[in-house]
Ligand binder design. Structure first.
Ligand code: 13P
Length: 251
């Protein structure tokens, strides 16, 4: 049985006061929710304030990015161990916006995942094809390369600390959700890749989240599919009621 994960990626939104207000609104709406791993990912400068608010609740804290070195002369970067120190249990790695705007590649994503695991964090490893890639029928090739290269050198035991997030780039922030069938097809393919790279037991255990215009209205359909184990939510995670509506998809 895979525990579902609902993670909110707040991206570059919410200063400290607004981040705290959001989480204060969220806590009572999800406090009775059991059997769902709830994660929020504020900007770096709000981590500590949000950490303080969610202490003792069922909400987990994630960062949105990290560097692969533990320390050193790397101005502007942040190490996984420092994120853990700030209260994070999770970190998002390789989001398509990082790949698109900040030059992240499968190779740097792989280094970051390894560093995150070493730093004691759960890595939320993002993959997904662009619209051009889908239209060129290369979705599966793209996913195969991203999964194979992103997980290079990572053991089956380490994979237990990794969550995969499938986010088709064309569905992010566009209001265009992948259909339940499209998402399930990609998720089943990704799980098959993990079976090939590792083994059936490892593939059966890994959580694969869907991301891209997830809302309270479409989460139930997605979550009813056998290979969809949760959601990585952008826009709809910025309001307590809509994020809670997704977290509480079973109700
Ligand atoms: P939206 O939910 O706004 O489409 O964003 C998805 C996303 O990128 C989450 O990481």
């Amino acid at each position: 049985m895979r525990t579902p994960v609902i993670a909110g990626n707040w991206k570059l939104f919410k200063k400290q006061g607004d981040a705290v207000a959001l989480v204060e609104g969220l806590i009572p709406l999800v406090k009775d929710t059991v059997g769902v791993e709830i994660v929020v990912a504020p900007v770096f400068t709000s981590l500590s304030a949000v950490c303080e608010k969610i202490s003792g609740t069922n909400i987990n804290l994630s960062a949105q990015n990290c560097y692969w070195e533990e320390e050193g002369a790397f101005t502007g970067e942040i190490a996984p161990g420092m994120l853990a120190d700030a209260g994070c249990s999770h970190v998002i790695i390789g989001h398509s916006e990082r790949r698109q705007y900040f030059g992240e590649t499968d190779e740097t994503v792989n280094k970051k995942i390894k560093a995150a695991l070493k730093g004691g964090l759960v890595a939320i490893f993002c993959i997904g094809e662009t619209l051009a890639q889908r239209e060129a029928d290369s979705t599966f090739d793209v996913l195969r390369t991203q999964v194979t290269d992103g997980l290079a050198g990572i053991t089956a035991a380490e994979l237990a600390k990794i969550i995969i997030a499938y986010e088709p780039v064309w569905a992010i922030g566009t209001g265009k959700t992948a259909s339940d069938d499209q998402a399930e097809e990609a998720h089943a393919f990704i799980r098959g890749l993990v079976t090939g790279l590792y083994d059936q037991g490892t593939a059966d255990a890994i959580r694969i989240l869907y991301g891209g215009s997830v809302k309270p209205e479409n989460v139930k359909g997605l979550m009813s599919r056998p290979n969809i184990d949760g959601a990585l939510v952008g826009g709809a995670s910025l309001k307590a009621d809509s994020f809670a509506g997704i977290v509480n998809f079973q109700k």
